[in-house]
Design a protein around this ligand. Structure first.
Ligand code: HEC
Length: 505
Protein backbone atom coordinates (compact mmCIF):
# COMPACT_ATOMS: atom_id res chain seq x y z
CA UNK A 1 0.00 0.00 0.00
CA UNK A 2 2.67 2.46 0.97
CA UNK A 3 4.72 2.20 -2.13
CA UNK A 4 6.17 5.16 -3.89
CA UNK A 5 9.32 7.15 -4.12
CA UNK A 6 9.29 8.47 -0.58
CA UNK A 7 9.19 5.03 0.90
CA UNK A 8 11.87 3.63 -1.30
CA UNK A 9 14.00 6.49 -0.12
CA UNK A 10 13.45 5.64 3.52
CA UNK A 11 15.13 2.35 2.94
CA UNK A 12 18.16 4.18 1.61
CA UNK A 13 17.87 2.93 -1.92
CA UNK A 14 18.91 5.00 -4.84
CA UNK A 15 18.24 4.63 -8.49
CA UNK A 16 20.92 3.35 -10.82
CA UNK A 17 21.13 6.20 -13.18
CA UNK A 18 20.22 9.40 -11.50
CA UNK A 19 19.41 11.24 -8.37
CA UNK A 20 16.79 9.34 -6.48
CA UNK A 21 13.35 10.70 -7.01
CA UNK A 22 12.59 10.78 -3.39
CA UNK A 23 10.69 12.85 -0.95
CA UNK A 24 10.02 16.52 -0.96
CA UNK A 25 10.68 18.45 2.10
CA UNK A 26 7.95 20.36 3.79
CA UNK A 27 8.95 23.75 5.04
CA UNK A 28 7.16 25.87 7.50
CA UNK A 29 7.10 29.42 8.47
CA UNK A 30 8.62 30.90 11.55
CA UNK A 31 7.34 34.22 12.71
CA UNK A 32 10.23 36.44 13.60
CA UNK A 33 10.46 37.53 17.17
CA UNK A 34 13.51 39.59 16.53
CA UNK A 35 12.22 42.39 14.38
CA UNK A 36 12.32 44.85 17.25
CA UNK A 37 16.03 44.33 17.69
CA UNK A 38 16.45 44.71 13.97
CA UNK A 39 14.73 48.03 13.83
CA UNK A 40 16.82 49.24 16.75
CA UNK A 41 19.94 48.19 14.95
CA UNK A 42 18.73 49.83 11.78
CA UNK A 43 18.33 53.10 13.57
CA UNK A 44 21.79 52.66 15.04
CA UNK A 45 23.36 51.81 11.71
CA UNK A 46 21.50 54.73 10.17
CA UNK A 47 24.21 56.94 11.64
CA UNK A 48 26.99 54.73 10.39
CA UNK A 49 29.47 57.41 9.52
CA UNK A 50 28.67 59.53 12.54
CA UNK A 51 29.17 56.84 15.16
CA UNK A 52 32.64 58.07 16.06
CA UNK A 53 31.36 60.30 18.82
CA UNK A 54 29.86 57.48 20.84
CA UNK A 55 32.86 55.31 20.24
CA UNK A 56 35.49 57.82 21.20
CA UNK A 57 33.86 58.20 24.59
CA UNK A 58 35.00 54.68 25.31
CA UNK A 59 38.65 55.18 24.50
CA UNK A 60 40.71 52.86 26.61
CA UNK A 61 42.08 53.91 29.99
CA UNK A 62 45.49 52.99 31.45
CA UNK A 63 44.33 50.43 34.04
CA UNK A 64 42.03 48.45 31.75
CA UNK A 65 42.70 44.73 32.15
CA UNK A 66 40.05 43.22 29.89
CA UNK A 67 40.38 41.85 26.37
CA UNK A 68 41.97 44.15 23.82
CA UNK A 69 39.84 45.11 20.88
CA UNK A 70 42.80 45.25 18.50
CA UNK A 71 44.50 42.05 19.64
CA UNK A 72 41.66 39.81 20.83
CA UNK A 73 38.31 40.90 19.44
CA UNK A 74 38.99 42.34 16.02
CA UNK A 75 40.83 39.28 14.66
CA UNK A 76 37.86 37.05 15.59
CA UNK A 77 35.41 39.40 13.91
CA UNK A 78 37.60 39.68 10.83
CA UNK A 79 37.87 35.92 10.56
CA UNK A 80 34.25 35.02 11.26
CA UNK A 81 31.91 37.96 10.80
CA UNK A 82 33.19 40.63 8.45
CA UNK A 83 32.72 38.77 5.17
CA UNK A 84 28.96 38.81 5.85
CA UNK A 85 28.80 42.14 7.66
CA UNK A 86 30.61 44.42 5.20
CA UNK A 87 30.42 45.67 1.61
CA UNK A 88 27.63 43.71 -0.07
CA UNK A 89 27.63 40.77 2.38
CA UNK A 90 24.29 39.27 3.39
CA UNK A 91 24.44 40.68 6.93
CA UNK A 92 25.08 44.29 5.95
CA UNK A 93 21.46 45.33 5.69
CA UNK A 94 21.22 44.59 9.40
CA UNK A 95 24.58 45.51 10.82
CA UNK A 96 27.89 46.60 9.34
CA UNK A 97 31.30 45.97 10.85
CA UNK A 98 33.48 48.12 8.63
CA UNK A 99 35.17 50.33 11.19
CA UNK A 100 36.11 49.93 14.83
CA UNK A 101 33.63 52.68 15.73
CA UNK A 102 30.76 50.81 14.10
CA UNK A 103 31.58 47.72 16.09
CA UNK A 104 31.79 49.69 19.35
CA UNK A 105 28.43 51.30 18.72
CA UNK A 106 26.81 47.93 18.12
CA UNK A 107 28.64 46.22 20.96
CA UNK A 108 25.56 45.34 23.01
CA UNK A 109 23.89 43.64 20.07
CA UNK A 110 27.07 41.82 19.20
CA UNK A 111 27.44 40.64 22.79
CA UNK A 112 23.95 39.23 23.02
CA UNK A 113 23.97 37.62 19.56
CA UNK A 114 27.31 35.98 20.27
CA UNK A 115 26.40 34.91 23.80
CA UNK A 116 23.14 33.33 22.60
CA UNK A 117 25.08 31.67 19.79
CA UNK A 118 22.81 33.17 17.16
CA UNK A 119 25.89 34.57 15.51
CA UNK A 120 27.93 33.52 13.71
CA UNK A 121 25.14 31.50 12.09
CA UNK A 122 26.94 28.18 12.24
CA UNK A 123 24.88 25.58 13.97
CA UNK A 124 27.33 22.72 14.49
CA UNK A 125 28.31 22.30 18.12
CA UNK A 126 31.92 21.29 17.46
CA UNK A 127 31.49 17.71 18.71
CA UNK A 128 31.71 16.39 15.16
CA UNK A 129 34.57 14.16 14.04
CA UNK A 130 34.43 15.71 10.58
CA UNK A 131 35.46 19.16 9.39
CA UNK A 132 33.22 21.06 7.04
CA UNK A 133 33.98 23.69 4.45
CA UNK A 134 33.43 27.39 5.01
CA UNK A 135 32.58 27.29 8.67
CA UNK A 136 32.44 30.69 10.40
CA UNK A 137 32.82 28.94 13.72
CA UNK A 138 34.17 30.59 16.86
CA UNK A 139 35.51 28.69 19.85
CA UNK A 140 34.03 29.04 23.33
CA UNK A 141 37.07 31.07 24.37
CA UNK A 142 36.63 33.45 21.46
CA UNK A 143 32.95 33.76 22.33
CA UNK A 144 33.84 34.58 25.91
CA UNK A 145 36.44 37.14 24.84
CA UNK A 146 33.87 39.04 22.80
CA UNK A 147 31.30 38.92 25.60
CA UNK A 148 33.88 40.07 28.18
CA UNK A 149 34.97 42.93 25.97
CA UNK A 150 31.37 44.06 25.61
CA UNK A 151 30.61 43.67 29.32
CA UNK A 152 33.68 45.65 30.25
CA UNK A 153 32.56 48.67 28.29
CA UNK A 154 33.50 47.83 24.68
CA UNK A 155 36.54 50.05 24.80
CA UNK A 156 38.57 50.67 21.67
CA UNK A 157 42.36 50.58 21.69
CA UNK A 158 42.78 51.77 18.15
CA UNK A 159 41.47 54.61 16.03
CA UNK A 160 37.72 54.90 15.59
CA UNK A 161 38.07 54.78 11.84
CA UNK A 162 40.38 51.73 11.80
CA UNK A 163 39.00 49.47 9.08
CA UNK A 164 38.03 45.84 9.57
CA UNK A 165 38.96 43.51 6.74
CA UNK A 166 37.33 40.19 5.91
CA UNK A 167 39.88 37.44 6.42
CA UNK A 168 37.70 34.37 6.71
CA UNK A 169 37.66 31.57 4.21
CA UNK A 170 35.53 32.87 1.41
CA UNK A 171 33.42 30.82 -0.90
CA UNK A 172 34.74 30.15 -4.36
CA UNK A 173 32.88 31.91 -7.10
CA UNK A 174 31.20 30.15 -9.95
CA UNK A 175 31.52 31.41 -13.48
CA UNK A 176 27.98 30.87 -14.54
CA UNK A 177 27.34 29.77 -18.10
CA UNK A 178 23.66 30.39 -17.57
CA UNK A 179 21.99 32.98 -15.38
CA UNK A 180 18.38 32.02 -14.88
CA UNK A 181 15.97 34.53 -13.47
CA UNK A 182 12.23 34.32 -13.84
CA UNK A 183 10.79 36.70 -16.44
CA UNK A 184 8.47 38.28 -13.90
CA UNK A 185 9.56 39.50 -10.47
CA UNK A 186 7.62 38.32 -7.43
CA UNK A 187 5.91 41.15 -5.54
CA UNK A 188 5.67 41.37 -1.77
CA UNK A 189 2.82 39.26 -0.41
CA UNK A 190 2.18 41.34 2.68
CA UNK A 191 2.88 38.39 4.98
CA UNK A 192 5.82 38.69 7.36
CA UNK A 193 7.08 35.25 6.38
CA UNK A 194 6.31 34.19 2.88
CA UNK A 195 7.26 30.89 1.24
CA UNK A 196 7.09 31.02 -2.50
CA UNK A 197 7.92 28.27 -4.96
CA UNK A 198 9.04 29.22 -8.42
CA UNK A 199 9.93 27.14 -11.41
CA UNK A 200 13.29 27.98 -12.88
CA UNK A 201 13.64 26.60 -16.34
CA UNK A 202 17.04 26.12 -17.94
CA UNK A 203 15.25 25.07 -21.16
CA UNK A 204 17.91 22.57 -22.14
CA UNK A 205 17.44 21.36 -25.70
CA UNK A 206 19.74 18.39 -25.15
CA UNK A 207 20.91 16.28 -22.20
CA UNK A 208 23.24 18.43 -20.11
CA UNK A 209 25.42 18.06 -17.06
CA UNK A 210 25.54 20.72 -14.36
CA UNK A 211 28.76 21.08 -12.39
CA UNK A 212 27.82 23.94 -10.07
CA UNK A 213 24.77 25.93 -9.02
CA UNK A 214 24.75 29.26 -7.31
CA UNK A 215 21.81 31.03 -5.71
CA UNK A 216 21.69 34.61 -6.97
CA UNK A 217 19.74 36.58 -4.39
CA UNK A 218 18.12 39.78 -5.60
CA UNK A 219 16.50 41.38 -2.53
CA UNK A 220 19.10 40.11 -0.06
CA UNK A 221 17.76 41.68 3.14
CA UNK A 222 14.40 40.02 2.60
CA UNK A 223 15.58 36.62 1.52
CA UNK A 224 15.95 34.27 4.41
CA UNK A 225 16.65 31.02 2.74
CA UNK A 226 16.08 28.92 -0.33
CA UNK A 227 15.74 25.23 -1.01
CA UNK A 228 16.46 23.81 -4.43
CA UNK A 229 14.68 20.90 -6.03
CA UNK A 230 15.00 19.28 -9.36
CA UNK A 231 11.75 19.15 -11.27
CA UNK A 232 11.62 16.12 -13.52
CA UNK A 233 10.01 16.56 -16.88
CA UNK A 234 7.35 13.91 -16.26
CA UNK A 235 5.82 15.73 -13.28
CA UNK A 236 6.44 19.22 -14.53
CA UNK A 237 2.82 19.68 -15.57
CA UNK A 238 1.69 19.32 -11.97
CA UNK A 239 3.95 22.14 -10.84
CA UNK A 240 2.97 24.30 -13.78
CA UNK A 241 -0.68 24.01 -12.82
CA UNK A 242 0.08 25.59 -9.46
CA UNK A 243 2.22 28.33 -10.98
CA UNK A 244 0.35 31.64 -11.00
CA UNK A 245 -2.83 30.11 -9.60
CA UNK A 246 -3.25 32.97 -7.10
CA UNK A 247 -2.60 35.64 -9.68
CA UNK A 248 1.06 36.14 -8.77
CA UNK A 249 4.14 34.43 -10.17
CA UNK A 250 4.89 31.06 -8.55
CA UNK A 251 2.75 29.63 -5.78
CA UNK A 252 2.56 29.70 -2.03
CA UNK A 253 4.41 26.70 -0.61
CA UNK A 254 5.00 26.72 3.12
CA UNK A 255 5.13 23.01 2.42
CA UNK A 256 6.28 21.50 -0.81
CA UNK A 257 3.54 19.24 -2.18
CA UNK A 258 4.71 15.73 -1.42
CA UNK A 259 2.88 13.82 -4.13
CA UNK A 260 2.78 16.46 -6.80
CA UNK A 261 6.47 16.99 -7.29
CA UNK A 262 8.72 14.21 -6.09
CA UNK A 263 12.17 15.68 -6.43
CA UNK A 264 15.55 14.99 -5.01
CA UNK A 265 16.65 17.73 -2.73
CA UNK A 266 19.71 19.52 -3.98
CA UNK A 267 20.37 21.37 -0.81
CA UNK A 268 19.49 24.32 1.31
CA UNK A 269 20.89 27.79 0.90
CA UNK A 270 21.01 30.44 3.61
CA UNK A 271 22.43 33.95 3.40
CA UNK A 272 26.19 33.69 3.27
CA UNK A 273 26.24 30.16 1.89
CA UNK A 274 28.23 29.67 -1.26
CA UNK A 275 27.53 27.85 -4.49
CA UNK A 276 27.01 24.11 -4.71
CA UNK A 277 30.11 22.96 -6.54
CA UNK A 278 30.18 19.27 -7.27
CA UNK A 279 33.39 17.28 -6.96
CA UNK A 280 35.38 16.66 -10.11
CA UNK A 281 33.78 14.38 -12.67
CA UNK A 282 30.42 14.63 -10.92
CA UNK A 283 27.35 16.36 -12.26
CA UNK A 284 23.62 16.81 -12.08
CA UNK A 285 22.14 15.24 -15.15
CA UNK A 286 19.42 17.27 -16.83
CA UNK A 287 17.31 15.97 -19.65
CA UNK A 288 15.36 18.27 -21.96
CA UNK A 289 12.27 19.37 -20.04
CA UNK A 290 13.86 18.97 -16.58
CA UNK A 291 13.83 22.16 -14.55
CA UNK A 292 14.23 23.39 -10.98
CA UNK A 293 11.89 24.46 -8.29
CA UNK A 294 13.28 26.92 -5.81
CA UNK A 295 11.38 27.48 -2.61
CA UNK A 296 12.22 31.03 -1.53
CA UNK A 297 11.60 32.03 2.03
CA UNK A 298 11.07 35.78 2.26
CA UNK A 299 11.11 37.52 5.56
CA UNK A 300 10.14 41.13 5.02
CA UNK A 301 11.82 43.77 7.11
CA UNK A 302 10.81 46.65 4.96
CA UNK A 303 8.03 47.81 2.68
CA UNK A 304 6.92 46.17 -0.56
CA UNK A 305 9.69 44.80 -2.70
CA UNK A 306 9.85 42.97 -5.95
CA UNK A 307 12.23 40.08 -6.00
CA UNK A 308 13.87 38.54 -8.99
CA UNK A 309 16.29 36.08 -7.40
CA UNK A 310 17.57 33.33 -9.61
CA UNK A 311 20.22 30.69 -10.16
CA UNK A 312 23.60 30.74 -11.82
CA UNK A 313 24.56 27.48 -13.46
CA UNK A 314 27.89 26.15 -14.59
CA UNK A 315 27.81 23.37 -17.13
CA UNK A 316 30.35 20.65 -17.74
CA UNK A 317 32.70 21.66 -20.51
CA UNK A 318 33.02 19.61 -23.69
CA UNK A 319 36.51 18.57 -22.60
CA UNK A 320 35.27 17.37 -19.21
CA UNK A 321 32.61 15.27 -20.87
CA UNK A 322 34.96 13.89 -23.51
CA UNK A 323 37.47 12.82 -20.87
CA UNK A 324 34.77 10.87 -19.15
CA UNK A 325 33.18 9.13 -22.09
CA UNK A 326 30.40 11.66 -22.54
CA UNK A 327 28.89 11.43 -19.10
CA UNK A 328 29.84 12.33 -15.55
CA UNK A 329 29.17 10.44 -12.35
CA UNK A 330 25.66 11.55 -11.34
CA UNK A 331 24.99 13.28 -8.05
CA UNK A 332 22.80 10.93 -6.07
CA UNK A 333 20.79 11.71 -3.02
CA UNK A 334 19.24 9.66 -0.30
CA UNK A 335 16.72 10.79 2.28
CA UNK A 336 16.90 9.30 5.76
CA UNK A 337 13.84 9.59 7.94
CA UNK A 338 13.64 9.09 11.70
CA UNK A 339 10.43 8.68 13.73
CA UNK A 340 8.49 11.68 14.99
CA UNK A 341 6.25 10.90 17.96
CA UNK A 342 5.83 13.90 20.23
CA UNK A 343 3.01 13.41 22.73
CA UNK A 344 1.38 16.42 24.38
CA UNK A 345 3.17 17.23 27.62
CA UNK A 346 1.34 16.55 30.86
CA UNK A 347 0.14 20.14 31.11
CA UNK A 348 -1.33 20.27 27.61
CA UNK A 349 -4.82 19.05 26.87
CA UNK A 350 -7.28 18.80 24.02
CA UNK A 351 -8.85 16.26 21.69
CA UNK A 352 -5.90 16.35 19.31
CA UNK A 353 -3.58 15.17 22.08
CA UNK A 354 -5.01 11.79 21.17
CA UNK A 355 -2.67 10.27 18.57
CA UNK A 356 -5.41 8.69 16.43
CA UNK A 357 -7.21 11.99 16.15
CA UNK A 358 -3.99 13.77 15.32
CA UNK A 359 -3.44 11.27 12.49
CA UNK A 360 -7.02 11.82 11.28
CA UNK A 361 -6.31 15.51 11.07
CA UNK A 362 -3.32 14.81 8.84
CA UNK A 363 -5.44 12.53 6.66
CA UNK A 364 -7.97 15.32 6.21
CA UNK A 365 -5.37 17.93 5.49
CA UNK A 366 -2.82 16.04 3.39
CA UNK A 367 -4.46 12.76 2.35
CA UNK A 368 -4.05 9.05 3.03
CA UNK A 369 -0.46 8.75 1.97
CA UNK A 370 0.65 11.49 4.36
CA UNK A 371 -1.33 9.87 7.17
CA UNK A 372 0.57 6.64 6.54
CA UNK A 373 4.04 8.13 6.92
CA UNK A 374 4.29 8.20 10.74
CA UNK A 375 3.48 4.49 11.00
CA UNK A 376 5.69 3.67 8.06
CA UNK A 377 8.73 5.39 9.56
CA UNK A 378 8.07 3.73 12.92
CA UNK A 379 8.06 0.28 11.32
CA UNK A 380 11.22 1.04 9.43
CA UNK A 381 12.93 2.05 12.65
CA UNK A 382 11.45 -0.76 14.75
CA UNK A 383 9.49 1.43 17.16
CA UNK A 384 5.83 1.98 18.06
CA UNK A 385 4.05 4.96 19.62
CA UNK A 386 4.39 3.13 22.95
CA UNK A 387 8.14 3.76 22.75
CA UNK A 388 7.37 7.46 23.20
CA UNK A 389 4.36 7.33 25.50
CA UNK A 390 6.38 8.40 28.54
CA UNK A 391 7.89 11.47 26.90
CA UNK A 392 5.44 13.88 28.47
CA UNK A 393 7.87 16.09 30.38
CA UNK A 394 7.92 18.58 27.54
CA UNK A 395 10.78 17.09 25.54
CA UNK A 396 10.80 14.15 23.18
CA UNK A 397 13.52 12.49 21.16
CA UNK A 398 13.83 9.72 18.65
CA UNK A 399 16.49 7.80 16.84
CA UNK A 400 16.76 5.41 13.93
CA UNK A 401 19.57 3.27 12.53
CA UNK A 402 19.63 2.94 8.77
CA UNK A 403 22.06 1.57 6.20
CA UNK A 404 24.37 4.27 4.86
CA UNK A 405 24.56 4.97 1.13
CA UNK A 406 27.85 3.77 -0.33
CA UNK A 407 30.13 6.37 -1.85
CA UNK A 408 31.77 9.77 -1.46
CA UNK A 409 29.69 12.15 0.61
CA UNK A 410 29.14 15.54 -0.99
CA UNK A 411 26.74 17.20 1.42
CA UNK A 412 24.57 16.50 4.43
CA UNK A 413 21.40 18.52 4.95
CA UNK A 414 19.54 17.99 8.23
CA UNK A 415 15.95 19.14 8.52
CA UNK A 416 13.44 19.53 11.32
CA UNK A 417 10.75 22.13 11.94
CA UNK A 418 10.22 24.65 14.70
CA UNK A 419 9.96 22.40 17.76
CA UNK A 420 13.40 21.00 16.98
CA UNK A 421 16.19 21.67 19.46
CA UNK A 422 18.78 19.01 18.74
CA UNK A 423 19.94 16.90 15.84
CA UNK A 424 22.74 14.39 15.47
CA UNK A 425 23.94 12.08 12.73
CA UNK A 426 26.43 9.35 13.65
CA UNK A 427 28.28 6.92 11.42
CA UNK A 428 28.63 3.38 12.78
CA UNK A 429 27.34 4.19 16.27
CA UNK A 430 28.56 1.98 19.11
CA UNK A 431 31.50 0.59 17.13
CA UNK A 432 35.19 1.39 17.10
CA UNK A 433 34.65 3.30 13.88
CA UNK A 434 32.01 5.56 15.34
CA UNK A 435 32.09 9.08 13.91
CA UNK A 436 29.78 11.92 14.83
CA UNK A 437 29.07 13.56 11.49
CA UNK A 438 26.70 16.34 12.47
CA UNK A 439 25.85 17.58 15.94
CA UNK A 440 23.51 20.51 16.38
CA UNK A 441 22.58 21.28 19.95
CA UNK A 442 20.74 24.49 19.16
CA UNK A 443 18.61 23.80 16.13
CA UNK A 444 17.53 26.93 14.30
CA UNK A 445 14.92 26.59 11.58
CA UNK A 446 16.01 29.95 10.19
CA UNK A 447 19.57 28.92 9.49
CA UNK A 448 19.54 25.52 7.88
CA UNK A 449 22.04 24.64 5.29
CA UNK A 450 23.92 21.73 3.78
CA UNK A 451 27.28 20.76 5.24
CA UNK A 452 30.05 19.74 2.84
CA UNK A 453 32.97 17.74 4.25
CA UNK A 454 36.31 19.51 3.91
CA UNK A 455 38.16 16.20 3.48
CA UNK A 456 37.04 13.05 1.67
CA UNK A 457 34.32 11.23 3.59
CA UNK A 458 33.51 7.79 2.21
CA UNK A 459 30.78 5.42 3.38
CA UNK A 460 31.50 1.73 2.80
CA UNK A 461 29.17 -1.17 2.27
CA UNK A 462 27.79 -2.26 5.65
CA UNK A 463 28.17 1.18 7.26
CA UNK A 464 25.24 2.33 9.38
CA UNK A 465 23.91 5.79 10.15
CA UNK A 466 22.04 6.80 13.26
CA UNK A 467 19.81 9.83 12.97
CA UNK A 468 18.70 11.41 16.25
CA UNK A 469 16.24 14.26 16.72
CA UNK A 470 15.05 16.11 19.77
CA UNK A 471 12.07 18.44 20.25
CA UNK A 472 10.81 20.80 22.89
CA UNK A 473 7.09 21.33 23.34
CA UNK A 474 7.61 24.66 25.05
CA UNK A 475 8.25 25.99 21.54
CA UNK A 476 4.67 25.17 20.55
CA UNK A 477 3.17 28.42 19.20
CA UNK A 478 0.74 30.30 21.36
CA UNK A 479 -2.83 30.30 20.17
CA UNK A 480 -2.55 27.02 18.24
CA UNK A 481 -4.50 24.08 19.65
CA UNK A 482 -2.18 21.56 21.29
CA UNK A 483 -1.78 18.29 19.50
CA UNK A 484 0.20 15.08 19.40
CA UNK A 485 2.83 15.87 16.79
CA UNK A 486 3.84 13.31 14.18
CA UNK A 487 5.78 13.19 10.90
CA UNK A 488 4.02 15.41 8.38
CA UNK A 489 4.60 18.37 6.19
CA UNK A 490 2.39 21.01 7.81
CA UNK A 491 3.48 24.15 9.57
CA UNK A 492 3.28 22.71 13.06
CA UNK A 493 3.98 19.09 12.22
CA UNK A 494 7.52 17.85 12.52
CA UNK A 495 10.21 16.01 10.64
CA UNK A 496 13.37 14.17 11.52
CA UNK A 497 15.05 14.16 8.17
CA UNK A 498 18.41 14.09 6.47
CA UNK A 499 19.19 14.47 2.81
CA UNK A 500 22.61 13.18 1.82
CA UNK A 501 24.15 14.02 -1.52
CA UNK A 502 26.84 11.58 -2.65
CA UNK A 503 28.54 9.99 -5.61
CA UNK A 504 29.43 6.38 -6.12
CA UNK A 505 33.09 5.51 -6.28
C1 HEC B 1 27.04 33.79 6.92
C2 HEC B 1 26.90 35.20 7.09
C3 HEC B 1 27.04 35.77 8.49
C4 HEC B 1 28.09 35.61 9.34
C5 HEC B 1 29.35 34.79 9.14
C6 HEC B 1 27.78 36.41 10.50
N1 HEC B 1 26.58 37.02 10.35
FE1 HEC B 1 25.64 38.22 11.69
N2 HEC B 1 24.01 38.29 10.47
C7 HEC B 1 23.90 37.74 9.23
C8 HEC B 1 22.59 38.01 8.68
C9 HEC B 1 22.07 37.59 7.32
C10 HEC B 1 21.89 38.73 9.67
C11 HEC B 1 20.45 39.24 9.63
C12 HEC B 1 19.45 38.11 9.73
C13 HEC B 1 19.30 37.50 11.07
O1 HEC B 1 19.47 38.18 12.10
O2 HEC B 1 18.98 36.30 11.14
C14 HEC B 1 22.82 38.91 10.78
C15 HEC B 1 22.51 39.60 11.93
C16 HEC B 1 23.44 39.92 12.91
C17 HEC B 1 23.17 40.81 14.03
C18 HEC B 1 21.84 41.50 14.28
C19 HEC B 1 20.91 40.53 14.95
C20 HEC B 1 19.45 40.85 14.81
O3 HEC B 1 18.70 40.37 15.64
O4 HEC B 1 19.06 41.52 13.85
C21 HEC B 1 24.32 40.88 14.77
C22 HEC B 1 24.55 41.71 16.02
C23 HEC B 1 25.30 40.02 14.13
N3 HEC B 1 24.74 39.46 13.00
C24 HEC B 1 26.58 39.81 14.58
C25 HEC B 1 27.48 38.90 14.02
C26 HEC B 1 28.76 38.56 14.59
C27 HEC B 1 29.35 39.18 15.85
C28 HEC B 1 29.32 37.63 13.77
C29 HEC B 1 30.63 36.90 13.93
C30 HEC B 1 30.95 36.37 15.23
C31 HEC B 1 28.40 37.40 12.67
N4 HEC B 1 27.30 38.18 12.87
C32 HEC B 1 28.61 36.52 11.61
C33 HEC B 1 24.88 37.04 8.56
C34 HEC B 1 26.08 36.65 9.13
Amino acid sequence: MLAGPLFAACASTSSETEQTTTTNVARDETPSTRSTIKSTIKSTTGVEAETTEAASLTTIGPDYGGPSFADDVMPVLEQNCVSCHSSSGPGTAHVRFETAAQVATLADFIGSEVEDRHMPPWRLSGLEDVKYKYSPRITNEERQTIVDWVNQGATLDLADDAALVARGQTHPTVEADLVLRPDDAYPDSGQLDDYRCRIIDPAFGEPSWIRAIEVLPDQKPNLHHAVLFKLFDDVRGQAEQLDGSDGKPGWSCPTVPLQAVPLPNLGGWAPGAGPIILPERTGIQMKPGDAFIVQWHYHYDSGPIEDNSGLGIQLATKAELENDGGRLEPLRSVQLLGPVEIPCSRNEQGPLCDRDRAIDRIRQEFGDQAAGIPGFVNRLCGVTPATYAQMIDGQASSSCDLPAPVGHIISIWPHMHELGIGYRLTLNPGTQNEKVLVDIDQWDFQWQTGYSPAEPLVFERGDALRIECKWDRSLWPEGVESRYVVWAEGTHDEMCYTSIGYRRG
